[in-house]
Design a protein around this ligand. Structure first.
Ligand code: PBG
Length: 323
């Protein structure tokens, strides 16, 4: 036998030498969930190890992550139901919990990279990512709200704005508003291929943001589609996105690879709440090895072509020195 591929697997040193995919702290973005109050840290039932944090505890968490070399964070708010309305007006109010959180992090830790989520659902009394009228999600009316929200994030100090709503034309709309207000250096990480997925369930529990009626299938993509992701990617690239995101990640590795092969922008992938919950539930039952499963999940997402991975595992893999 001339070729014996096992020779390159015979020792740890050689295995490391021929390793094709590397995973480091700089690839990771940690999603964090914020709640109103003082010294609050409330575990999300369906996401063991993930907490809703009040701003004081959020700052402690960011500090401990920075000490581990984890420097990028994506923020999500749990908003009091009484503050929600049809047009998500609270989202761009100066004293909104979310905007206070951005300011608090950037004041205290200017070196932290803050990614902000632009979409109406956490603030909307309808629980949808857009303005609802007669049961329909209105695209262009939603853009106006998203533009105000994105501008408020930029003014509060956001480094990267991540629209997760899937309305048509929103990347260009937001880019234009940012630029005309002097925020030419604020980046856009577009949720480019975001699928109407069952795997967002635990996240909607965490935010209390589930849609009050219907589903999100008229704006999020059909899980059956791959080629359609290229349409979204082309538009987002033309409209001025700096990153293209695929979401969820694990069931959509083919889409990550497709976008990586067909576009020039860095690809981000969101290892979503349901993917996290599945792993944690199996680990709690003793059915999967935690360290090996989590590092394999993250490595697979990198191998498919994602440069940046948003993952609720981001801190634990560093704190436990798994990578
Ligand atoms: C909403 C949003 C969702 C997530 C991020 N932003 C849920 C949804 O679209 O319903 C999901 C994140 C996760 O599941 O971890 N704009």
């Amino acid at each position: 036998m001339l070729q014996r591929p096992r020779r390159n697997r015979k020792s740890e040193v050689i295995r490391e030498m021929v390793k094709e995919t590397h995973l480091t702290a700089s690839n990771l973005i940690l999603p964090l969930i914020i709640v109103e109050g003082d010294n609050k840290k409330v575990e999300v039932a369906s996401m063991p190890g993930v907490y809703r944090l009040s701003i004081d505890n959020l700052l402690r968490e960011v500090e401990s992550c920075l000490n581990l070399g984890l420097k990028a964070f994506d923020l999500f708010p749990n908003i009091d139901e009484a503050l929600k309305d049809k047009y998500a007006t609270i989202s761009y109010h100066e004293e909104c919990l979310y905007l206070r959180a951005i300011r608090a992090i950037k004041n205290r830790f200017p070196e932290a990279c803050v990614v902000t989520d632009v979409a109406m659902d956490p603030y909307s009394s309808d629980g949808h990512d857009g303005v609802v009228e007669n049961g329909e999600i209105l695209n262009d009316e939603t853009l106006e709200v998203l533009g105000k929200m994105a501008l408020a994030h930029a003014r509060s100090g956001a480094d990267i704005i991540a629209p997760s709503d899937m309305m048509d034309g929103r990347v260009g709309y937001i880019r234009n508003i940012l630029d005309s207000n002097g925020f030419t250096n604020v980046s856009i990480m577009s949720y480019c291929a975001k699928y109407a997925s069952a795997f967002y369930g635990p996240f909607r529990d965490a935010l209390d943001s589930a849609p009050k009626f219907g589903d999100k299938k008229t704006y999020q993509m059909n899980p059956a589609n791959q080629r359609e992701a290229l349409i979204e990617a082309t538009l987002d690239e033309q409209e001025g996105a700096d990153f293209l995101m695929v979401k969820p990640a694990l069931g959509y590795l083919d889409v990550i690879k497709l976008l990586n092969d067909n576009t020039h922008l860095p690809i981000a992938a969101y290892n979503v709440s349901g993917e996290y919950a599945m792993v944690k539930a199996a680990v709690q039952n003793g059915w999967l090895d935690e360290r090996r499963t989590i590092t394999e999940v993250l490595t697979s997402i990198r191998r498919a072509g994602a440069t940046a991975i948003l993952s609720y595992h981001a801190k634990e893999v560093l704190a436990n020195k798994w990578i």
